[in-house]
Design a protein around this ligand. Structure first.
Ligand code: F6P
Length: 546
């Protein structure tokens, strides 16, 4: 049963939190640390290979107590039970959201494991160089054609885990990703590849996304030309295309042969789908055992989220801290800053996961919400961001919440020609910078010598809040736990805000208008009822193309 959420969000507890925020506004993180030796212990959590330190957030025992009460008032327990029991938590689409089910053991989810096993067969054939192109050559390059959740998650995780070891007898193919609808990526990728040794994964939950279908068509034409075969040639389709979708019919219509179809289900949202066969690029990077380890790490986080009391619950506490920042401290942006280059694509993945899920202004019951929801999220590899936008974090006019990520253990063996000692030196340097930045942001000039008389342009107020997440190591298991933690955090926030995190109607409307615009671009003069700007732009482009 999906619980009724009839509690007005602007409740007594909400008002108490607002009152508390007014009082706490004058607090400085430097003072909070100076007056409290136990702050780190009380405001950090450990579990599933992760440490989450939110002691550098502007939170106190009193505000945390109230936030926990808010979670109860918003019926968080019922909503988590609803999510994990498969109730229709996606109310506008009449669906459950069972991405967590993709991480369940075989006895709980036999259909899921059927598809995992089917994927395993394909993955092993590719890794063992038994998957052959139409002319008998072993496949050496795999291109993932997909966009949004069918691209960002697999790209992020495959990139993060590419230094993992594969079992003897298996060799990783080169992986490529083509998502952009303008053809820039696919044309670049194809230029480097040999059609005889290239396999395409056409990844699309709906199998109707024009971006993906156009890229896939370009790839198919390129293969047909390069191999001297017809576009519809059955062996071309059998040897060079795998389809991954929740829509078997559309996959078959496009030409994916039945034995090359991997399925998942409507109850897996696109941005939550990397645990399904959409994660095949990850499995091609870490092998199937590694992929199953990633699922196990996520499953561990599922259990943690389901069973831990709110104060000990990592996704719940991180969600509540965000709510505190956004709704009570008026902090409307969050920078995601991994101090491990392997997590380079994490910010883009989180931008979709969080902003497509919680970028909503209407409640579940169809009322406009009276408070802010998802903040603006952006990010970059931390050390590089230091040389780009950190100035704004340090001395700009806005308060921005930061999320630092670092790994405790990293290099255990030489990579290419660099020695372990050299690389460990670099790892230490990066971690030192991570700690230095979060310390400086929190304490400001008081992190150095508080007695210094600095000119105004060197003054440094600090009090910028941050959370630091430490991964014991960047293994498939810990990465799985981290990503599941983010998924649950997004859900908890949606519960507090009373919104549906599982639809994306704003995006859908854009797709409809784009179809109309194709006609306008083809013949701007025939356009009817268009605004002056759009019409003038279409005319300008058409004129330049003459
Ligand atoms: O346009 C938004 C969206 O529906 C995302 O939610 C999704 O991840 C992406 O498009 C791709 O969709 P599909 O996997 O169906 O091609």
């Amino acid at each position: 049963m999906v619980p009724e959420q009839d509690v007005l969000i602007i409740s007594t507890i909400w008002s108490q939190l607002a009152q508390r925020a007014k009082q706490d506004n004058s607090l400085h993180l430097a003072d909070l640390f100076a007056s409290d030796d136990g702050r780190f212990d009380r405001f950090s959590l450990e579990g599933a290979g992760l440490l989450a330190d939110f002691s550098k957030q502007r939170i106190t025992d009193e505000s945390r107590e109230l936030l926990v009460k808010l979670a109860d008032e918003r019926q968080l327990r019922h909503w988590l039970d609803a999510l994990f029991s498969g109730a229709e938590v996606n109310c506008t689409e009449g669906r459950s959201a069972k991405h967590w089910c993709l991480r369940e053991p075989v006895d709980k989810a036999p259909l899921v494991h059927e598809q995992l096993d089917a994927m395993e067969g394909m993955v092993n054939r590719i890794l063992e160089r038994h998957w052959r192109g139409v002319q008998g050559d072993a496949i050496t390059d795999v291109v993932n054609v997909g966009v949004g959740g069918s691209d960002l998650g697999p790209l992020m995780a495959a990139f993060a885990l590419q230094s993992s070891e594969l079992p003897d007898g298996q060799a990783r193919p080169r992986l490529h990703f083509a998502s952009s609808m303008d053809g820039s990526q696919v044309s670049q990728v194809l230029q480097e590849l040999n059609p005889r040794t290239t396999l395409f994964l056409v990844s699309s939950k709906s199998f109707t996304t024009v971006d993906t279908l156009h890229n896939a068509n370009t790839a198919r034409q390129w293969l047909a030309r390069g191999l001297g075969l017809d576009y519809d040639d059955a062996s071309l389709l059998r040897c060079h295309f795998i389809g991954i979708s929740a829509n078997a019919e559309r996959m078959a219509e496009w030409g994916i042969v039945p034995t090359n179809q991997l399925l998942f289900w409507d109850w897996v949202g696109g941005r939550y789908s990397l645990w399904s066969a959409i994660g095949m690029p990850i499995a091609l990077t870490v092998g199937m055992a590694g992929f199953r380890e990633m699922l196990a790490g996520a499953h561990e986080m599922d259990r943690h989220c389901r069973t831990q009391p709110w104060k000990e619950n990592m996704p719940v506490m991180l969600a509540l801290v965000d709510v505190w920042n956004i709704n009570f401290l008026d902090i409307r942006a969050r920078a995601v800053l991994p101090y491990d280059g392997r997590l380079k694509h994490l910010p883009a993945y989180l931008e979709q996961l969080e902003m497509e899920s919680n970028g909503k202004s209407v409640s579940r019951t169809g009322e406009p919400v009276e408070y802010d929801t998802c903040p603006v999220i952006w990010g970059e590899v931390g050390p590089n961001a230091q040389h780009a936008f950190f100035q704004l974090l340090h001395q700009g006019t806005q308060v921005i919440a930061c999320e630092f990520l670092m790994t405790a253990r990293r290099y255990t063996e030489a990579v290419h020609s660099a020695s372990v000692a050299e690389l460990e030196g670099q790892h230490a340097l990066s971690n030192a910078n991570c700690l230095a930045q979060s310390r400086l942001l929190a304490l400001g000039e008081r992190a150095l010598d508080p007695s210094l008389a600095l000119p105004a342009y060197k003054r440094y107020h600090g009090n910028q809040p941050s959370t630091t997440l430490v991964l014991d190591e960047l293994s498939p298991r810990v990465l799985g736990a981290l990503l599941a933690m983010y998924e649950h955090k997004v859900f908890v926030q949606a519960v507090i805000w009373g919104i549906n995190p599982f639809d994306q109607w704003g995006v859908e409307m854009g797709k409809v208008i784009a179809t109309d615009m194709l006609g306008v671009l083809a013949d701007p003069e025939a356009a009817y009822g268009l605004d002056a700007s759009s019409l003038a732009l279409a005319r300008y482009v058409a004129e330049k193309q003459k």
